[in-house]
Design a protein around this ligand. Sequence first.
Ligand code: SIN
Length: 508
Amino acid sequence: MLLKSTFQIKNRFKCTIRVWRTIHNLSVPDGKTYINGKWVAAKSGKTFPVLNPANGEIVANVPDCGDEETNEAVDGCYDAFKTWKNTTAKERAGFLRNMFELQMKNSKSLAHIITLEGGKTLAESVGEITYGASFFEWFSEEARRIYGDIVPSPFKNRQLFFFREPIGVAGIITPWNFPNAMITRKVAAALAAGCTCVIKPAEDTPLSALAIAQLAEEANIPPGVINVITTSRNNTPSVGKRLCEHTKVATISFTGSTAVGKLLFEQSASTVKRVSLELGGNAPFIVFNSADVSKAVTGAMASKFRNSGQTCVCTNRILVQEKIHDDFVAALAKAMQNQLKVGEGLKPDVTTGPLINENAVRKVERHVQDALQKGANLILGGKIHSCGKTFFEPTLLTNLKKDMLISKEETFGPVAAVMKFSSEEEAIEIANSTRSGLSGYFYSEDISQIWRVAKALEVGMIGVNEGIFSCAEAAFGGVKESGLGREGSRYGIDEYVQIKYMCLGGLD
Ligand code: SIN
């Protein structure tokens, strides 16, 4: 192991830190981040604590970096790009394959880190590590398929070529809800294309990013190719701005809220930067009369309660056609009561961990209160869970209306809110009546209806009779205000390459 633990253990936090150290055979040092191939502290010496959302204990302390460290990382990353872009595709494929294998080899430790810093259940964290590793695997294979074109020329003495070349340094700004996979989805594509990266992980979950940096070091990825800038909530806006406005950063890839995405987009305009954005959703989940109700309930459980309702593609509004409405609600209530167990993510039988922090709980509470005040019916849950102030009861509401906050904004919590509709046209109108367009789901056994509705929904991704569609092969991304560009799939590489046209003349 390259690095030894140097945690500043305070007695008060000894228990958590001991857990962190024993499970964490990756040994990322406390108070250090990874810039230009070195583990370094912030210039100011300042750190900020990473809290376990389940109990508020400090898991580790990480450097509170600012503009100075960001500039240093970008400079080193820019230099590293000059060499990395000239590696062969086969070499880059080999590095990425190593990353895949190292991530799978360390999956237990990496999953444990996710649960400690992000709160999700261990089973889901293990799933995230496999999902995250699949991007290294997929892009190790795609790296060798970044082809250009030879185009028929209109002139006899000229030949036209299009090259797809790496765009440069990528600024990668990632969220807390998938602290591993949202990094690997971007970094694997960037590295495959020949780009180098500066990662700015979410303030709540920087440890998974540091663990990825350590894997990169073990995989012998050259210094400067992957850098991590850890920042507190206070420093985050200025580091984000620095990355967007830096002339040596060629592209920004961000996953997170629509509000922050719009700000980064604006900030990137000054340098006319490539920007790819995967932003918030407000996913409709439509159950038509023709649906198999039991399959629809299984899908709703998966798409609503994954990560305690904290994914961008989580169902937000459940629309059920009137004939089957009552049967669906009864079956969903039963499934929620029988299948969901709230508690700390490290406990084996828990399905629903804490939300990321108390602010997140307050938002969920506000949405539920607003719905109840405007006439929703409370079937299950509705308040903070007895497990603690970051836990929320799995909640089922009916009589959702268009003017309620849940209809308008992403709730990001374990609240299933059901609205009754009568016709297919009405369901499509309701589903599309939002500026978000990330994902949508519907259940129908009528093939003509499946075709019509799939075409009519204004979203980037659709699950038809399926509640979970994420995989490395999926073209992940939204339309309208839910984003720009695609991640994963064969399109993921496009975010990190630019086309160079060459006209070779004088061929008489
Ligand atoms: C997200 O919540 O942003 C990503 C979810 C996924 O990749 O399935």
